[in-house]
Write a protein that binds this ligand. Structure first.
Ligand code: AMP
Length: 279
């Protein structure tokens, strides 16, 4: 069984011992309810580092919607079993009071890449992410941190964060892992009904089609409008955004010479899904 660590002091003691031996430490921050997407990050860390810590912490600061926080799946026992197949060296699963003890008042606030899209739709979300990631890096003494491209904007936020604050962690972005029908794996997918689950792959299919059309020379706006229509016709209640952005700054971009990314968020069946692809 992988040891489950609950306190910062215990995590630090472990990490200090590893560092003293010159071992490279990789950290994989997660909120649990693990699936193959998370495990692919852990496996990559396993291949590239001497020691791997997976953190499991449902970070209240990054939830702008209290209902979403309450409903977030929590499956620590099953998670530990899955991590045993990698295997990682330690699981850090602290209680909320360990991360945010009484009197906690410091927050990491970001502008720029943290402002549009998810930042706009979910006020406070990326400040919550930036704060907890800064803390997890500090707690784990990690050399490398592993993040999924599934949350593309989050990945760009974390890359910017470590540059701006001189955090000595190398941030590694990992490919999005998908179900056989294209749906990006997500802990929230378990909240879909059978009907919603059947329609959900249309999100990826629609943006893939739009990206192909744009590459073939179609106008950006037309291609995006068609994707949104396809999704609404398939039964998505709400398409929050489908945007073609500069892949790094997340600002609007019509410069095809710079790497661009299509990002989307939409609701099906009361569940909010996000996805993104290169264009
Ligand atoms: P979460 O538990 O949702 O906060 O995700 C933890 C980490 O796993 C983040 O870096 C995510 O981007 C990454 N992740 C989540 N889903 C996937 C996926 N389908 N493929 C690759 N990485 C993922």
């Amino acid at each position: 069984m992988i040891p489950i660590i609950r306190t910062v002091a215990d995590l630090r003691a472990l990490a200090r011992g590893w560092r003293a031996k010159g071992e490279v430490i990789g950290v994989v921050p997660t909120m649990g309810a693990l699936h193959d997407g998370h495990l692919s990050l852990a496996r990559r860390a396993r291949a590239e580092c001497d020691r791997v810590i997976t953190t499991i912490f449902v970070n209240p600061k990054q939830f702008n919607n209290p209902e979403d926080l309450k409903k977030y799946p929590r499956t620590l026992e099953a998670d530990a079993e899955l991590l045993g197949t990698v295997p990682v060296d330690a699981i850090f699963a602290p209680p909320v009071e360990e991360v945010y003890p009484e009197g906690f008042i410091t927050n990491v606030t970001m502008q720029g890449v943290a402002q549009p899209l998810e930042g706009y739709m979910r006020p406070g979300h990326f400040d919550g992410v930036a704060t907890v990631v800064t803390k997890l890096f500090g707690m784990s003494l990690a050399d490398k941190g592993y993040f999924g491209q599934k949350d593309w904007q989050q990945l760009q936020v974390v890359l910017r964060l470590v540059r701006d604050l001189n955090v000595p962690v190398e941030v590694v972005g990992c490919e999005t892992i998908r179900e056989a029908d294209g749906l990006a794996m997500s802990s929230r997918n378990v909240r879909l009904t059978a009907e919603g689950r059947a329609k959900a792959p249309v999100l990826y299919a629609a943006i893939t089609r739009a990206a192909e059309d744009i590459r073939a020379g179609h106008a950006d706006r037309m291609a995006i409008r068609e994707a949104a229509e396809t999704m609404r016709e398939a039964g998505f209640e709400r398409v929050e955004y489908i945007e073609l952005r500069d892949a790094e700054t997340l600002m609007p971009s019509d410069d095809p010479r710079r790497p661009r990314r299509m990002l989307a968020a939409a609701w099906i069946d009361g569940v909010r899904l996000i996805d993104n692809i290169p264009v």
